[in-house]
Design a protein. Sequence first.
Length: 41
Amino acid sequence: MADMSGMADKAKDYANDNPEKVDQAKDKAKDAFDGKDGDQK
């Protein structure tokens, strides 16, 4: 079984070291899901 705690720690470290990459990923995810969640704003 994978060490999920270690994986989470690595993800947190990456996010702290690369905030611009995290923002880009959030924007891409938002764009991918816009209009697909049933929210009719």
